[in-house]
Design a protein around this ligand. Structure first.
Ligand code: NAD
Length: 490
């Protein structure tokens, strides 16, 4: 822990001095008007650095820079785009330790997970680097006396708006395919964790990305985020964040007919039948709700368990959860660090009172940890039902609600009885049951007998209030590109 703190302090010195500036047309620039806001760490609420508080006029400048850069970037060959994206991945790997340490301090996420997230960021760039050459390919479609040929073209300058929970990894996941497609980018990082987004754009330019192709404007969602969505030069918005913000973005983008990709919240069920491997299911459920502080869109926040094994499974989970280490995010043993902010800590803890009032039992946790910092204990609620607030609202913390079900129909009804539809986790060794269930579950992704194991070529995204659109594989190119058909007559 001490050596990690010392290393993080060394990296922080630079940001304490320079602050996190905007990055437009290849230059670090203050916000117009020079306003800043303070960025603190949820470890103890101490100051990390100041951050440029961008304004709508900064979005104007960045959108213009992205538009001008698009003129040349659109025609850079697939091979050259591939080489630049690989060079960005190299740059991320070279600075992975710095990124992980700063991300941990900025977000409160444990270093054991942030080290992997930094490397995953590099993988995202490599994955889309290798797809860059074929991004524009289409197909030929024949008709009598006619041959049709399709090809894809980059949309133009696009806006990317990201949340605070795993900001570095999510930024790479949204921006790498945009660059591979030939789009230029204006990125609006989350105001609560902006440091690594600035490192990322600097790495990209050092790796050879032409200036103006990627611009970063910091600030608040209601100011710069809104201005980005409304900007006439910006052709699309790729957004990751809360469902309510997704609705606001749709409204803000309506006047300019923005193409939107929305990756939003979740209340994802993990459904455990009595024939499942209970030990594996318990370990997976624990990983999916207590890793990354439970601040994870695909977290398994509702545990639906067949009544016959409910006591057994919840007892196993309560015992394991109580043993999870909560502590300083830079401690290599820590699993749960502080939540992102005092406001979010208060929101998560408000569910403890609501749950008690609604009659749920706290099997473990249900309290804050320590007096400074935004720590809460890993929490398991039992004796819950699917109508309680803890089963319906996205808590976005290390809080699991266990609900018993009678049979398959009961499990399916409860799993789908939610506003959300991002992911579901199904535990059963009955193949025909898993086929029936996967056809009826209303979610974009289902993992059967597994936690969330991301395979980059597969589609990622949700239905209902969890979002619109898919990332991953070629799906990201469908969003960032336009398809054109040319028809030749004989
Ligand atoms: P948020 O919606 O509050 O903020 C996300 C981003 O949107 C921030 O950069 C914010 O400044 C910006 N923003 C806020 N208001 C805006 C507006 N009116 N116009 C434009 N931009 C605006 O979300 P958050 O609290 O930062 O992140 C947590 C949420 O993100 C959770 O709901 C979580 O489930 C979701 N999330 C979803 C996925 C996914 O892939 N589905 C992944 C990670 C997080």
């Amino acid at each position: 822990l001490q050596s990690n703190i010392a290393a993080a302090e060394t990296y922080l010195e630079h940001w304490r001095d320079s602050g996190v500036q905007n990055h437009i047309a290849g230059r670090s620039v203050p916000a117009s008007g020079g306003e800043t806001f303070e960025n603190t760490t949820p470890v103890d609420m101490s100051r990390l650095c100041d951050v440029a508080r961008g304004k709508a006029s900064d979005i104007d400048i960045a959108a213009l820079a992205a538009t001008q850069a698009f003129d040349t970037w659109r025609d850079v060959t697939g091979k050259d785009r591939r080489d630049i994206l690989h060079a960005i991945a190299d740059g991320i790997e070279d600075r992975a330790e710095e990124i992980a340490l700063l991300e941990s301090l900025d977000t409160g996420q444990a270093i054991r997970f942030m080290s992997k997230a930094a490397i995953r960021g590099a993988e995202n760039f490599r994955f889309y680097a290798d797809k860059a050459i074929e991004a524009r390919d289409g197909k030929s479609i024949h008709a009598p006396g006619q041959m049709n040929v399709t090809s894809r073209f980059p949309l133009g300058p696009v806006g990317v708006i990201t949340p605070w929970n795993t900001p570095f990894m999510l930024s790479t996941w949204k921006i790498a395919p945009a660059l591979a497609a030939g789009c230029t980018v204006v990125h609006k990082p989350a105001e609560l964790s902006p440091i690594t987004a600035k490192i990322l754009v600097e790495i990209a330019e050092l790796a050879g990305l032409p200036t103006g192709v990627w611009n970063t404007v910091n600030g608040f969602g209601e100011e710069v985020g809104k201005a980005l969505c409304e900007h006439p030069l910006i052709r699309a918005i790729a957004f990751v964040g809360e469902s309510a913000t997704g609705s606001a973005i749709m409204a803000q983008g309506a006047a300019t007919l923005k193409r939107l990709h929305l990756e939003l919240g979740g209340k994802n069920p993990v459904i455990v039948f009595e024939d499942a491997d209970l030990e594996r299911a318990a370990e997976a459920a624990i990983f999916m709700i207590y890793s990354l502080n439970g601040e994870r869109c695909t977290s398994s926040s509702r545990l639906l368990v067949q009544a016959s094994v409910y006591d057994d499974l919840t007892a196993r989970i309560a015992k394991k959860a109580a043993a999870i280490k909560v502590g300083h995010p830079l401690d290599p043993d820590t699993v749960i660090g502080p939540l992102i902010s005092q406001g979010h800590q208060a929101k998560v803890m408000s569910f403890f009172d609501t749950a008690r009032a609604e009659g749920a039992t706290i099997a473990t946790g249900g309290e804050r940890v320590g007096q400074t910092g935004c720590y809460v204990a890993p929490t398991l609620f039992t004796d819950a039902n699917n109508d309680m607030a803890i089963a319906r609202q996205e808590i976005f913390g290390p809080v699991l609600t266990a609900i018993p079900f009678k049979d398959e129909a009961d499990a399916l009804r409860m799993a789908n009885d939610t506003d959300y539809g991002l992911a579901a986790y199904l535990w059963t060794n009955d193949l025909t049951r898993s086929l029936r269930m996967t056809q009826r579950l209303e979610t974009g992704m289902i993992w059967v007998n597994s936690e969330n194991k991301r395979h980059l070529p597969t589609p990622f995204g949700g239905v209902k209030a969890s979002g619109i659109g898919r990332d991953g594989g070629d799906w990201s190119f469908d969003f960032y590109m336009e398809t054109r058909n040319v028809s030749f007559a004989t």
